[in-house]
Every structure is written in C-alpha cells, then in structure tokens.
Design a protein around this ligand. Structure first.
Ligand SMILES: Cc1cc2nc3c(=O)[nH]c(=O)nc-3n(C[C@H](O)[C@H](O)[C@H](O)COP(=O)(O)OP(=O)(O)OC[C@H]3O[C@@H](n4cnc5c(N)ncnc54)[C@H](O)[C@@H]3O)c2cc1C
Length: 486
C-alpha cells in the first residue's frame, strides 16, 4: 500500500463516504445500483465519480437516438438474471432495442467445412444470449437509481464531468496504521488519520471513503493507487465495430463468426434488418477498415464472411491504394458468383447492404488480469480488474458477475457487523470471482491463438477439432452453457 504524507486536507472541503465508486461505465453504475437496491446495504453513503458527461446516458431512456449506437454487447442470461432479480434495472431497458439470439455458427476461413453450430435447442433454453447497447444498460441503471431516489432511498450522489486527479492514503507511517483500531471510525474527525483513501477531484473537492471501488476501466487509477499488479498482453489487434443493415431481416436469429487469420469477424443480429459487427484485425487492416468508402464497406464485410483469404488479401491491397476504388465491387460480385446460390443461402450470413453512418470505430484488444481484486479499503470490478478478447463476448458479463460477487461479500460482512473496507470482508469477493474469470480469460486467449494462424498442421488439427466437436452434442451443450453463463 502506498504510504503518502498528506496533511494538506485542512483547507480543502472533504466529504466522508462509506463507498466511493470511480467510473460511471456499466460496472460502476451496476455496483451503485446493486448497493442501493440491497436491503442490507442501501443505507450506505455512496458517491460515484465519472470523468465524462452522463447526459447522453440520462437522455437515452426518454429520447433514444434513431439509429443504434456502436458499443453493443452480447449479454448472457446470467447477466440478465442479475439485472432482473438482484438489481432490478432490467425493467428499465429499452426492450425495442434488444435482440435475443438462438445460436452461433462459427467456421474456419481455412476450411469452410470446419464449422461448429451451437443451437439453443441443445440446452433447451429460450435464448443463447441477448444483444444490447452498452448505453441502454447504463441508462436502465441510471433510471433505476432515479427511481430509488424517488422512493426515498438517500445518499446516492453521482458526480459526472468530474475527474479523479489523485488518490492518497492519509496514514503517515505503517506503524501508525498498526496503532489504529480500524473498527473505531470517527468520520467527524477534522483531520482524519485513519487509512481511508482520499480521492482528490478536479473540482478541488475531496472524498474520504471507507471503501473505494475501482470501476474505472483498463487504465484504472484505483488499481494503480492500490499497487495491484495486472498481467497480460496486447494482441496487436484492434476490434473494428460497426452497425450495418442486412439484405432483409434474417429469420434465423443467429450470430455468425468466421475465424480469419487476422482475427475473427462476427456478425450479430439486432432487431429487424439491423446487425452489428466486431471485426478483430491487425493494426494495418483495422486502419483500412475505418477509411474504406461507406458504400464499399458493407460489401467488404460480405466478402470477408465468404471468400478465400487469398482473394481478400488482393481486395485489401487494391483498397490500400485507394479506399474509394469502386472497381472492387465488381470484383467481389464476380468472386461470390462462383458460389452456388443455395450454398450461400444456407451456410453464410445474409449479404450486408448498408453501413449505418458514423458507427465505425476501433478498440485495441488486450488480455489483462489483476493479481487480486482487493487491497485494504479497495475493490476492483469490470475492466479495471480484467480485459478479455471479445471473441466470446464476455467482458461486460464478467463485470456483472463481479458486481454480484462483491455485493454478496459486502452483505455477508454487514450481517457480521464488520468494517466493509477490511480485507477480511473483501477477500470473499476475490475467492468467488477471480478463479472463474481466470478460466474464461485463458479459454478466450487460447481460442484467439489457435485460430489466428495459417500454419498448416494447426489448421488441420483445428479443422478436425471443429468437425469432431460439432458431432458431440454433450460437449457442445457444455460449451454453450459456459458461453451463456449458466
Ligand atoms: C470490440 C469490443 C467488443 C466487445 N463485445 C462485448 C460483448 O459482446 N459482450 C461483453 O460482455 N463485453 C464485450 N466487450 C467488453 C465490454 O465492452 C467491456 O468489458 C465493458 O464495457 C467495460 O465496462 P467497465 O464499466 O468495466 O469499464 P468502462 O466502460 O471502461 O468504464 C470505466 C469508466 O471509468 C471512467 N474513469 C476512468 N478514469 C477516471 C478518472 N480518473 N476519473 C473519473 N472517471 C474515470 C471512464 O470515463 C469510464 O467511463 C467488448 C469490448 C470491445 C472492445
């Protein structure tokens, strides 16, 4: 723990809190809503600090934009269950903008016959997962918090447009810490000398808190403050996202994923003829995908779901020369015409016909996992604790499970009359959440590595693996249960 001398607190306005959450992304708003919904924790004095404006989040509930926004995630039934039964924000989700889907068809670019089809009928459930915009989730949580306030739940403060500049520990020496009985907390002290972290805001104010929750994303200032090591690697890949329109609404309601050697390309269904893509690709290809002409881009996506990689590389090279070269459209059409129409209909997603304007963006992909999620008076949740390759759509879902596990630990601590910032309480959270996250991170990392190669022996073995797996319903159903968080 970082021990920093700090008695500069006298002149500055300090507000004492039970819980300060840094980050108003899905993880932070989930934690705040979960605390304020819990009968055992709702009395806690909580403040959430978010660097950006939450106005778009607030407006979304009454005035959602006409088109889909581009941060769209696949939610597992487990996450939806948490939002429905534990937090209660699911009732505020804009249901017209979510889409359940029933299966995933994944196939290998090196051998189209190597495919695995996950069908919901195998596990006898209503849906495999649900596509939902991140802002829809945030907005439902925000609305839930507003409703709780209206119902009389107190001490919910959200400070947006407010950045945390610095976090300090007020303890002077480690010996001082030993001499304090941390259960004897007196927040009325003018110059608090306990070990409650001091969060310094860019508006000049500061918060001193019993428990500091870092829901502050990959670069987490809270994780740095707590000196928790995070290990992992960058994939040297970017996830290019975009919203698109298909030729017509697909009655199949499945997600498609093609494993290209540059990374997987997924097309996931939204309502009506809308869909979203996540195209994991090299830095060079992702740059090209962002600058290709808006009218060419949809056809490029169709081509990338069907054509041989050697053909795709040729098309990329033409577009590298000129991203507005419309001659590639005839070229793509000609190459696709070599496929039997029925094969295209049955084995591939529908053609993409339109790119929704201004929805293309790219995000660097990395795998990272914090050594632990807790330190004295600190807990990490969501991307602050882990980031994962998006190929299995698990990142935000892991954050939801973190929130659930942390709330359970805090409720247990409250039942036992313990100090909620103590590691004794928080350790329960780590032991429940960390191992499951670690296993999932490992699986997705290996899948990325196995599929991003054109090394023939490995391509051959993975082809056998996919074909073989496709024949074993029990194994597939186990994988589906894992994917859907059951
Ligand atoms: C291409 C792509 C596709 C994905 N697809 C899926 C999917 O299908 N399913 C899925 O489950 N997940 C998916 N994910 C992952 C998912 O988007 C993330 O895991 C999730 O959004 C992280 O939420 P978070 O709240 O933990 O962090 P963030 O959304 O990063 O929120 C952190 C917040 O902290 C704030 N903050 C940071 N520092 C400070 C500071 N100093 N002061 C104040 N505020 C601060 C930031 O402004 C930010 O709002 C995908 C990710 C990518 C890149």
């Amino acid at each position: 723990m970082n021990i920093i001398r700090s008695f500069a607190t006298k002149a500055v306005k300090t507000s004492f809190q039970d819980v300060v959450i840094i980050g108003g992304g899905p993880a932070g708003l989930t934690i705040l809503s979960a605390i304020k919904t819990s009968p055992k924790l709702k009395h806690l004095k909580c403040t959430l600090v978010e660097g950006q404006s939450l106005e778009p989040v607030q407006k979304f509930y009454d005035n959602p934009p006409e088109n889909y926004t581009n941060k769209i995630v696949s939610l597992t039934p487990k996450s939806i269950d948490i939002m429905t039964n534990k937090i209660g924000n699911w009732e505020f989700i804009n249901q017209d903008r979510i889409k359940n889907y029933d299966g995933i068809i994944a196939y290998d670019s090196q051998d189209a016959s190597s495919r695995i089809e996950f069908d919901i009928n195998l596990i006898g459930k209503e849906s495999l997962a649900t596509m939902c915009e991140v802002i829809n989730i945030q907005s439902s949580l925000y609305k839930k918090l507003q409703t709780l306030k209206e119902e009389g739940v107190e001490d919910i403060t959200i400070l947006d447009n407010t950045k945390v500049n610095e976090i300090e520990n007020p303890i002077i020496t480690e010996q001082d810490l030993e001499n304090h009985d941390l259960n004897q907390i007196d927040p009325t002290l003018e110059k608090p000398n306990l070990d409650w972290p001091i969060v310094k805001l860019n508006n000049g104010e500061q918060l001193q808190t019993r428990l500091l929750i870092g829901a502050d994303g990959y670069n987490s200032p809270v994780r740095k403050y707590a000196q928790i090591e995070s290990r992992g690697w960058a994939y040297n890949r970017f996830g290019v996202v975009a919203c698109i329109k298909l030729q017509y609404e697909d009655f199949r309601s499945v997600g498609w994923q093609r494993f290209l050697t540059t990374g997987p390309l997924a097309i996931l269904p939204l309502t009506e003829d809308n869909a979203t893509i996540v195209w994991s690709s090299t830095p060079e290809l992702s740059e090209l995908l962002l600058k290709v002409n808006d009218q060419i881009f949809p056809h490029l996506v169709t081509a990338a779901m069907v054509l041989e990689e050697v053909d795709l590389n040729y098309i990329y090279s033409v577009l590298q020369e000129n991203p507005n070269d419309f001659s590639v459209l005839q070229d793509i059409e000609w190459r696709l015409s070599k496929f039997d129409a029925r094969t295209l209909d049955e084995n591939y997603p529908l053609p993409v016909v339109e790119l929704i304007p201004n929805t293309r963006a790219r995000f660097p992909l990395k795998m990272s996992h914090a050594d632990t999620y807790v330190a004295p008076r600190v807990a990490l949740v969501g991307d602050a604790a882990h980031t994962i390759h998006p190929l299995a759509g698990q990142g935000l879902n892991m954050g939801q499970s973190d929130a659930f596990a942390l709330i359970e630990a805090l409720e247990k601590g409250m039942d036992r009359g313990m100090d909620l910032g103590s590691t004794l309480v928080l350790e329960d959270y780590v032991s429940n959440a960390w191992p499951a996250n670690h296993a999932l991170l490992g699986v997705c990392d290996k899948l990325h590595k196995i599929f991003s190669t054109d090394f023939y022996p490995l391509v051959f073995v993975r082809g056998l693996g996919m074909k073989g797996l496709n024949m074993f319903d029990e194994v597939k159903s186990l994988m589906m249960k894992t994917i859907s968080g059951r």
